[in-house]
Structure formats: C-alpha cells, structure tokens
Design a protein around this ligand. Sequence first.
Ligand code: HEC
Ligand code: HEC
Ligand code: HEC
Ligand code: HEC
Ligand code: HEC
Ligand code: HEC
Ligand code: HEC
Ligand code: HEC
Length: 356
Amino acid sequence: MKQPGTVEIYALPRLKYLKSFYGKMKKRITRGGFSLSIIFIYLLAVPVSSWSFRGKDSGLQIMLPPDKSVVSERLIGVVLSTHGNPETVLLTVNGKDYPPLRTKDSYICKEIGLTEGMNKIDLRVVGKDGVNKGKTLSIFLSSALSERLKSPPAGFRPYHFHRSEHVRECSRCHEMKARQSDANPGSPELSSCYACHKEITGYRFMHGSVSVWSCTRCHSGSDNELGSAGPVSKLCFSCHYNEMKTWTARKHAHGPFALGACTICHNPHASDDPFFLRKKTTDLCLSCHADKASGAHVVSGFSGSGHPVRGRPDPRNPKKELTCASCHNPHASDFAFLLFKDLGDKSSFCRTCHTF
Ligand code: HEC
Ligand code: HEC
Ligand code: HEC
Ligand code: HEC
Ligand code: HEC
Ligand code: HEC
Ligand code: HEC
Ligand code: HEC
C-alpha cells in the first residue's frame, strides 16, 4: 500500500503492453512451449549494451553495467550473456579477485561492491588456451559529501536500470514486475526485489521497512525515474510524522535538513553506522565543515587550543560517543548554532558537561 505523500521513485517499464506480452511468453515457457517462445524472445530482445570481448565466435557480451557510468550507491549488478556457450569468467574489482564465475543457462549475474571514486572492473574469459584478453569497465561512484567526488569526469553518464529496454532481457529469468505482496513479503526471498538486490541489507543497522523487504513501501510501481539525493523528506516524513512535527516547529533549521535532503546524511536502506548514517557522525559533519575538526571553535574565548570532537564518552549520554551531534542537533534547534541549549554566557552551557 502506498503511503500518503510518498514520493514515487520506482521506475518500472513504460510499455505496459510489453510487460503483459512477456508475462504471457514466460507462462508459455513454463508450460513447455519452449523453443518457439525462446526464439521469439531472442528476436525481440535488444541487447542492453552490446560489445563482445572475445573473438567473434564466442560473442560473450557485457549486458550491465554500461561502461563509463556514474552511480551514487556502492552496490551494482554485473550481468554477462554468453549466448549458450559454457564460459568461466574471472572478475576483478579494483585489483581484488572474485571466485571464478560460471555460466548458468547462458547468463552470469553477480552483485558487487564499489568504492568511492573511480572503479575498475576487469572481466577475462578462461578458454582452453588459458586466460584470454578481457575488457575493463570504468564506473564512477559519486558522493554528495565530497567536493572531489561530487561531479564525475567528462564522458561519464548516470545509469538507471529499470527501463523497458533492460527489463525485457532480464524477464526471461527474473520476475521484473513488482507484486502486490512486495509491500509485505513475509520473508526476504519472497520479495521480487530480492533476487537482484540481496546485498542491500548486508549491513549492521537496517531501516525498519528495509529489514523486512517491504521495498514497495517506498518504491512504488510508477513510471517516474528515481532521482538522485533530492528532496526526499516528504517520503521520510510520511512515516516519521512525530519527528516532522517536532523539528519543523523549531526556530533554526540546519541547511541540508531545510532542503529536505535527508539522504545526504542517511542511507535510506542500511549502514554499518547507527541511524544508517553515510559516515560516522563526526566525519559526516566534517565533510561539509572541515574547518571544525580541531574543535577550536568550541573553546574560542577560553584558554586552550581545541576541544575533543570524538573518541570520548558523551557526558550527557554516556552510552554514546562524543560527536559534533553531542552539542549540535543535525536537524533543527530552538537555539543559535543548532545547540542543544542556549549558549547564554557560555560557561553555563559548558557546565552541562563540565564541573569547572
Ligand atoms: C533482474 C534484476 C532486478 C530485479 C528483479 C529488481 N532490480 Fe532494481 N535494479 C537492478 C539493477 C541491475 C539496477 C542498477 C543498479 C545496480 O546494479 O544495483 C537496479 C536499480 C534499482 C533502483 C535504482 C534506480 C534505477 O532504475 O537504476 C531502484 C530504486 C531499484 N532497483 C529498486 C528495485 C525494487 C524495489 C525491486 C523490486 C520491486 C527491484 N529493483 C527489482 C536489478 C533488478
Ligand atoms: C538465463 C537466465 C537469466 C537471465 C536472462 C538473467 N539472469 Fe540474473 N540471475 C539468474 C540466476 C539463476 C541468478 C541467481 C544466481 C545465483 O544465485 O548464483 C541471477 C542473479 C542475479 C543477480 C544477483 C547476483 C548476486 O550476486 O546475488 C542480479 C543482480 C541479476 N541476476 C541481474 C540480472 C539482470 C539485470 C538481468 C538482465 C540484464 C539478468 N539478471 C538476466 C539468471 C538470469
Ligand atoms: C524508507 C524508504 C525506502 C525503503 C523501504 C527502500 N528504499 Fe530504496 N531508496 C530509497 C530512497 C529515498 C532512495 C534514493 C536514495 C538517494 O536519494 O540517495 C532509494 C534508492 C534505491 C536504489 C538505488 C540506489 C542504491 O541504493 O543502489 C536501489 C537499488 C533501491 N533503493 C532498492 C531498494 C530495495 C531492494 C528495497 C527493499 C529491500 C528498498 N530499496 C527499500 C528509499 C527506500
Ligand atoms: C514506511 C515507513 C518509513 C519510511 C517511509 C521511513 N522510515 Fe525511517 N523508520 C521507520 C521505522 C519503522 C523505523 C524503526 C522504528 C524506530 O526506531 O523509530 C525507522 C527508523 C529510522 C531511523 C533510526 C531511528 C532510531 O532512533 O534508531 C532513522 C535515522 C530513519 N528511520 C530515517 C529515515 C529516513 C531518512 C527516511 C527517508 C529516506 C525514512 N526514515 C523513511 C519507518 C520508516
Ligand atoms: C546533516 C546530516 C543530516 C541530515 C540532512 C538529516 N539527518 Fe537525521 N540524523 C543525523 C545524525 C547525525 C543523527 C544521529 C544523531 C545522534 O547521534 O543523536 C540523525 C538521527 C536521525 C533520526 C533518529 C534519532 C533522532 O534524532 O530522532 C531520525 C528519525 C532522522 N535522523 C531522520 C531524518 C530525516 C527524516 C531527515 C530529513 C528530513 C534527516 N534525518 C536529515 C544527520 C542528519
Ligand atoms: C552536506 C553538507 C553538510 C553536512 C554533511 C553538515 N552540514 Fe552543517 N551546514 C551546512 C550548510 C549548507 C549550513 C548553512 C550555511 C552556513 O551557515 O554555513 C550549515 C550550518 C551548520 C551550522 C550553523 C548553523 C547556524 O545557525 O549558524 C552548524 C552548527 C552545523 N551546520 C553543524 C553541523 C553538524 C553538527 C553536522 C553533522 C551532524 C553538519 N553540520 C553536517 C552543510 C552541512
Ligand atoms: C562541546 C560542544 C561542541 C562540539 C563537540 C562541537 N561544537 Fe560546534 N559549536 C559549539 C559552540 C558553543 C558554538 C558557538 C561558537 C561561538 O560562540 O561562536 C559552535 C558553533 C558551530 C558552528 C557555527 C559557527 C561557525 O563558526 O561557523 C558550526 C558550523 C559548528 N559549530 C560545527 C561543528 C562541527 C562540524 C563539530 C564537530 C566536528 C562541532 N561543531 C562540535 C559547540 C560545539
Ligand atoms: C556535550 C558535553 C560537553 C560540552 C557541552 C562541553 N564539553 Fe568540554 N569536554 C567534553 C568531553 C567529553 C571532554 C573530554 C574529557 C576527557 O578527556 O575526559 C571535554 C574536554 C574539554 C577540555 C579539555 C581539552 C583537552 O584536550 O584536554 C576543555 C578545555 C573543554 N572541554 C572546554 C569546554 C568549554 C570551554 C566548553 C563550553 C564552551 C565545553 N568544554 C563544553 C564534553 C563537553
């Protein structure tokens, strides 16, 4: 069920008739109308990205990702078509080898993890005569939290998968249409998203709906494209209603919060850091406020050259580490500089944590 006010970001194929056409085709395959349907699909399937990287006889093709793509998230699917030939492919990502990949039913599909900035994906075929020459894909993982990684190098293009031309090819084997039950699948494997996006929950902290694979709570089956880190606050606030009421009533709003850019700081799905933050809190803040690293701003007007901003317990909240958020609210506050308390003559502020 769609939440009121949900931003529609899941892009399903536009050509509805094609979907039903392929649905019928798939049924025919399962019923045993095998060869005819397969031929049909071969005739219709437009290769996603079509260059082979071995001799003309082999025709091994890299379907995804397109070379020179820009992505904004770590995980990406590598899909190869071997056109019926049994193949073993060696996959190396930024110098790290994966176990050899073997063709299953003429396809090789593998979800891999990227690192920020430029990534090199090497693919080489193992033949009778040893390892053949391969292809290298360059994929740029951008980050809104880094000046250096905000914009990709010239010639790189954003890549969106859920478009009809890709979906056609994959629907031979994969369920490509969101089901009604995807809002509440019961177990991960029952979600139609699971087959291709398994790794998305492979982190320490998982967001409520994500941990139970209710993907379509946020990704509705509309035709809209998925935006990059844009104003998603409407979506977030459709469930976090109490936070919305509290924060929007406050006098001072933090820049990125006021823009509604929740996903600049929070991964919407999962992360190894609490609150699904994209970085540990202090590092997160420093990616935009690098000049505050020494904590000198805290003690300006006092003696001493700096103030700790990490690595100690937070006296107001001893279970947590001291971070920038120990003194500043990352969303909004009634007090100047987003502080948790009025600064007043400063020393009363300091005495919340100190006895001097
Ligand atoms: C056949 C495999 C497959 C299935 C099934 C699938 N996806 Fe994807 N999806 C991909 C690939 C490949 C990408 C491109 C990024 C990547 O490689 O992870 C992608 C990207 C996305 C994106 C980013 C926008 C875009 O179009 O690139 C969203 C959002 C998304 N998937 C949501 C879903 C949801 C929700 C479901 C289930 C209803 C689902 N996907 C099912 C393969 C799949
Ligand atoms: C001929 C059948 C077939 C086709 C066509 C196919 N896949 Fe797959 N795909 C599979 C199978 C089988 C698996 C499960 C592999 C496994 O678990 O080892 C899989 C798994 C995946 C995975 C997850 C891999 C992982 O590491 O968990 C992704 C992503 C994926 N497919 C994307 C795609 C996309 C995108 C397309 C279309 C371009 C596509 N597949 C076309 C058969 C296919
Ligand atoms: C709480 C809402 C929410 C839920 C639940 C959710 N997503 Fe997302 N997802 C988003 C938002 C928001 C974005 C855009 C991120 C951005 O703006 O940077 C996104 C982006 C994506 C993308 C593209 C970027 C990426 O992370 O690779 C994929 C793929 C994706 N979602 C898959 C899924 C799958 C699969 C599930 C179910 C396990 C799921 N999402 C559940 C909110 C959600
Ligand atoms: C479909 C409902 C839903 C949507 C939409 C949603 N959330 Fe959540 N969120 C939850 C639930 C459920 C929890 C877990 C319960 C809790 O701790 O409050 C949670 C927890 C969180 C937490 C951790 C809270 C804590 O105290 O540990 C953060 C951070 C968060 N969500 C951020 C977001 C952001 C950012 C968005 C928008 C991208 C968003 N949420 C959209 C349902 C949602
Ligand atoms: C500038 C970065 C940043 C932005 C932008 C941001 N958050 Fe947060 N958020 C944080 C940090 C840091 C924490 C953890 C605070 C702590 O350690 O106490 C947090 C905590 C949370 C929590 C859980 C605990 C709490 O404070 O209630 C929720 C829910 C949440 N954010 C939702 C959102 C939503 C929704 C948006 C967008 C409207 C948003 N955040 C925008 C950085 C951010
Ligand atoms: C994506 C960039 C970004 C991130 C990340 C970020 N900020 Fe900000 N911050 C801004 C912008 C933009 C402003 C408003 C412009 C200004 O006053 O410099 C701002 C202003 C502030 C202010 C001054 C507010 C005022 O009223 O004077 C404080 C304090 C602050 N941020 C603290 C934090 C803390 C703490 C974190 C980490 C939880 C953080 N920021 C993370 C961009 C960011
Ligand atoms: C121990 C409390 C405390 C901690 C920890 C702290 N701050 Fe501050 N911060 C303050 C106080 C107090 C002020 C007001 C300073 C003044 O009087 O000008 C302030 C002001 C600011 C301002 C706005 C004024 C300016 O100089 O631009 C920003 C931005 C800011 N802090 C960011 C950060 C960031 C980023 C961190 C983490 C690296 C951090 N703060 C850690 C107490 C703290
Ligand atoms: C949120 C709690 C908190 C607030 C508010 C706070 N501090 Fe601290 N301060 C700490 C912690 C924690 C330490 C580290 C104590 C330790 O090492 O055991 C610290 C250490 C210090 C130190 C010693 C620095 C060093 O490197 O040894 C000074 C000086 C100091 N604070 C001054 C101030 C002043 C001045 C203010 C008010 C502007 C202030 N603090 C506000 C938590 C706070």
